[in-house]
Design a protein around this ligand. Structure first.
Ligand code: IMP
Ligand code: MG
Length: 186
């Protein structure tokens, strides 16, 4: 698995430090509000798990299932399923957590569902931001690191379901992308 990585972009130590400083900002902002953290599965499960443990404030966790890439490296159609019921969200402050903000389609779609469920407010929080890839105009309220336009894996991020368990974030070799996507770089 490590052989498929061309270079390490973010080491475990840098990720840990980034999350600690992000958590301080979030803790300050939500000291007075009852928070619901909505983690977008599957990619943000590792980031969200580390983030909530760095937040010393009362909160609940909920999850949204979003599938997009279908084994490729680009998002078009989204299949979206929110696990919380409307009554878990209505009137609450929501922190919507995803692994990476790329085209922006995922966060926009989940945020509008949460607003339809009458969340009091929805802030977005991502580990990585790839601003050069944005298709819809959306910015994260909280983000840890900006990355260039390369396909990254590890720390929850996958290609065709693999590499989520790498403890760091790295750029994949082109040959690994080609073999996972059957030659298509979609
Ligand atoms: P968006 O809807 O295009 O913003 O894409 C967000 C989703 O695409 C994220 O939740 C990731 O699952 C996935 N994604 C975007 N870029 C990458 C990447 O470089 N590596 C792995 N997954 C990615
Ligand atoms: Mg994802």
């Amino acid at each position: 698995m490590n052989d498929d990585i061309k270079r390490v972009l973010l080491t475990e130590d840098r990720i840990r430090a980034g999350i600690a400083s992000l958590a301080k900002r979030i803790t300050g902002a939500y000291a007075e509000r009852e928070l619901v953290v909505v983690s977008v599965l599957k990619g943000s499960c590792i980031f969200a798990s580390d983030l909530v443990r760095a937040l010393p404030i009362p909160l609940e966790m909920e999850f949204a299932c979003v599938e997009s890439y279908r084994d490729g490296t680009d998002s078009e159609d989204l299949s979206l399923r929110l696990l919380p019921r409307a009554r878990d969200i209505r009137g609450r402050s929501v922190l919507l957590v995803d692994d990476i903000l790329d085209s922006g389609r995922t966060l926009r779609a989940v945020r509008s569902e949460l607003l339809e469920m009458q969340a009091r407010d929805v802030a977005t929080c991502v580990l990585l931001d790839k601003p050069s890839r944005r298709v819809v105009p959306i910015e994260a309220d909280y983000s840890c690191f900006q990355v260039e336009d390369v396909f990254v894996v590890g720390y929850g991020l996958d290609l065709a379901g693999r590499y989520r368990n790498l403890p760091y974030i790295g750029e994949l070799r082109e040959c690994a992308i080609a073999s996972a996507t059957g030659g298509r770089d979609e």
